[in-house]
Ligand binder design. Structure first.
Ligand SMILES: NC(=O)c1ccc[n+]([C@@H]2O[C@H](COP(=O)([O-])OP(=O)(O)OC[C@H]3O[C@@H](n4cnc5c(N)ncnc54)[C@H](OP(=O)(O)O)[C@@H]3O)[C@@H](O)[C@H]2O)c1
Length: 341
């Protein structure tokens, strides 16, 4: 499978983009601004053209960091953001009603210092309000008409929702968690994307840092690190998953690459419409991740990986129960027990 440029809607980009979230959000204390800018600068040097941000990240601070930095490169890159989920008065809220989306887009355009966002995702299908996905996507379609957004994407949605949304306006990309240890999209989402000609963007492709050569220590996670609340970073699941990590790293050695490259190359092998957006606060790790573009996995290596890490061998759900109720995707062990193909 080629790791040359792939389509992201109408844009042609290398299949590894930069997930910008960690520069302002999620895994403990965000790095100093200068460090974030160094990662962004290295990303440009390495040829990354797909930059993924969101109103939510750092409650606006991520867009404020990424947008101004990318201005000189604006015509050469795909600037991505998301609305429908944001920080308000220090609290994360989901509301994808048209009125709220109109507020979100104006704030994002201002923070990103741009007139138009290339790809704008509905960050969450609003199941709480609740509002039909057609209404949220209908509003995003108006942003396209108004020239505020070039193309539309959806994040963490089921195959059924993708089809409903795509009937309202063509969907360019679907973004969901996908890695060796999070395979839910194999139930129906990947198939729907292939069938409808939609790019699939794998977020957290390194399992939030787990599928690398760094030994994570959940006890040392900072207070605000969101992994603290995630079952797989808590016992008994963390130890159960650590049990196969050594063999994963041995497979990387056998494949002649690093563990992070193995994890990313596996994701990119899943289809010519698949992109990966790893996140990092480190220039060295970014170099490592981009090395995955030079890695081609043999069938034998892919078979060893699938036998080692799959929904039967991974311990624990990916999200805490409360977060899971906000998600509109099929999950193994709930909607269906079908094993991945
Ligand atoms: N749509 C959604 O709901 C949603 C949800 C989550 C994420 N996302 C998007 O997906 C992006 C990626 O998510 P993520 O940050 O969870 O992805 P990830 O790449 O699975 O995990 C990032 C973690 O991996 C570590 N890492 C990265 N490269 C490494 C390497 N070569 N060696 C060792 N450690 C490495 C980073 O630590 P260091 O900083 O130390 O490198 C960081 O803590 C986000 O930035 C965001 O854009 C979207």
């Amino acid at each position: 499978m080629s790791t040359g440029a792939r389509q992201l809607g109408s844009f042609s980009v290398p299949p590894i983009g930069l997930g910008c979230m960690v520069l302002s959000h999620a895994y403990g204390v965000p790095p100093p601004r200068e460090q974030g800018l160094a990662v962004l600068a290295r990303a440009i040097e390495l040829g990354i053209r797909h930059f993924d941000s969101a109103a939510l990240y750092g409650f606006g601070r991520n867009e404020e960091l990424v947008g101004p930095f990318l201005r000189p490169y604006r015509d050469d890159i795909v600037l991505v953001s998301k609305g429908g989920m944001r920080g308000e008065n220090g609290v994360r809220t989901i509301d994808a009603t048209p009125a709220k989306l109109r507020e979100d887009i104006e704030h994002s355009l201002e923070r990103l210092q741009t007139d138009v966002i290339d790809l704008y995702y509905l960050h969450r299908y609003d199941r709480k309000t609740p509002i039909p996905i057609e209404d949220s996507v209908g509003e995003l379609a108006r942003f396209v008409e108004q020239g505020k957004v070039r193309e539309i994407g959806l994040s963490e949605v089921s195959a059924a929702s993708i089809r409903r949304a795509n009937a309202v306006h063509p969907i360019s990309a679907v973004q969901s968690e996908y890695s060796l240890w999070s395979r839910n999209v194999e139930i129906g989402v990947l198939e729907a994307c292939r069938e409808l000609g939609i790019a699939f963007v794998a977020f957290s492709p390194l399992a939030r840092g787990f599928l690398t050569d760094v030994d994570l220590d959940p006890a040392a996670f900072a207070e605000k690190d969101i992994r603290r609340g995630m079952p797989r970073f808590n016992e008994p699941h963390f130890s159960a998953n650590r049990a196969w990590l050594g063999e994963f790293r041995r497979i990387a050695r056998d494949a002649g690459c690093t563990p992070a490259q193995l994890a990313l190359a596996w994701v990119l092998r899943q289809g010519d419409n698949v992109h990966a957006i790893p996140g990092t606060t480190s220039v060295e790790h970014l170099d490592d991740d981009m090395g995955a573009l030079d890695v081609t996995l043999s069938d034998a290596i892919a078979e060893r990986l699938d036998a080692l890490i799959n929904p039967r061998t991974v311990s624990g759900p990916r999200y805490p129960a409360a977060t899971q109720t906000e998600i509109d995707t099929e999950e193994f062990g709930t909607d269906t027990d079908r094993a991945p193909g």
